[in-house]
Design a protein around this ligand. Structure first.
Ligand code: SF4
Length: 276
């Protein structure tokens, strides 16, 4: 039975929306703050995972139907058959399936297969424009990621994310990425999001947190090239909400816990079982 390790899934308090976290990643980003970079949680088949999502949704929302499901990680694309089957199975109870990926493995044929299975949107990370910076930061070349973003344009709704890392991925890098995206984005369809580096959470202490004026300058630079520049909040899908939000974490055994963003930061390393 084909399985991926799942530390938890998450439900929104605002809408009928779920995030599925598939752990394990092919990148080794120095600034990563995901608890799912390593293989964590319980091994789950597609059937087990979809059953968990359906049960949790029915229990929390009173309906199995979801407005949106976001598949994230870690890196969701590591097992192609698993991901295609998952998208296909989710398609029965949601109209909008989003893939959050570093984009390295998502070539044209893989993306086409996912779109045929029901995928509607891809959130790509483009972590750096300069090849040497990208290799240093992730352990991999960015040439495949750039080619895959280019090939995906026009096939699926796209969001592109970059983390602003002072002194490493700063204004010059972000401007180069914006120029590249503007060049392919002939219909102004790409949503480009600049996220803050989080020094206190990152695997390696490579930089400080960006200042507000640095983020604003980067945003202004991007706005010269693109209409849809955004300074990221914790989630692009819930960024318009101002009050302190919480999410419902559902663990593989079905237990639920409401957590705020602060709780996530505090709890995750302690709560999630580590497998090596
Ligand atoms: S691609 Fe994402 S999960 Fe993987 S190491 Fe980089 S930041 Fe972490």
């Amino acid at each position: 039975m084909n399985c991926r390790y799942v530390p938890f899934i998450t439900l929104s308090e605002l809408k009928h929306r779920a995030w599925i976290t598939l752990s394990g990643c092919n990148f080794r980003c120095r600034g990563c703050f995901s608890i799912a970079r390593e293989q964590r949680g319980e091994p789950m088949s597609v059937e087990q995972l979809v059953a968990l999502v359906r049960r949790a949704s029915a229990r929390y929302y009173g309906s199995e139907q979801l407005e949106e499901v976001i598949i994230t990680g870690g890196e969701p694309t590591l097992d192609r058959d698993y991901l295609v089957q998952l998208v296909s199975a989710l398609n029965d109870f949601t109209d909008w399936i989003v893939l959050d990926t570093n984009g390295y493995l998502l070539d044209e044929s893989y993306l086409k297969e996912l779109i045929s299975a029901g995928l509607k949107e891809v959130m790509f990370d483009l972590k750096a424009w300069d090849e040497a910076i990208h290799r240093w930061y992730t352990g991999h070349s960015n040439r495949r990621v750039i080619a895959n973003i280019r090939a995906a344009y026009g096939r699926v709704k796209m969001v592109v994310n970059t983390v602003y890392i002072p002194g490493i991925v700063a204004e010059q890098e972000i401007e180069r990425i914006a120029m590249f995206l503007a060049q392919i984005d002939v219909n102004n369809e790409i949503d480009y999001r600049i996220n803050r580096f989080r020094a206190e959470l990152s695997h390696e202490k490579i930089a400080r947190n960006p200042y507000d004026d640095e983020m604003e300058r980067a945003h202004a630079l991007v706005a010269r090239y693109m209409r849809s520049a955004v300074i990221g909040k914790s989630c692009v899908h819930e960024r318009s909400v101002k009050e302190k939000r919480g999410w419902i974490t559902v663990f593989p055994d079905g237990t639920m816990k409401r957590r705020t963003l602060d709780d996530y930061r505090h709890d995750n390393y302690a709560r999630v079982r580590i497998r090596t």
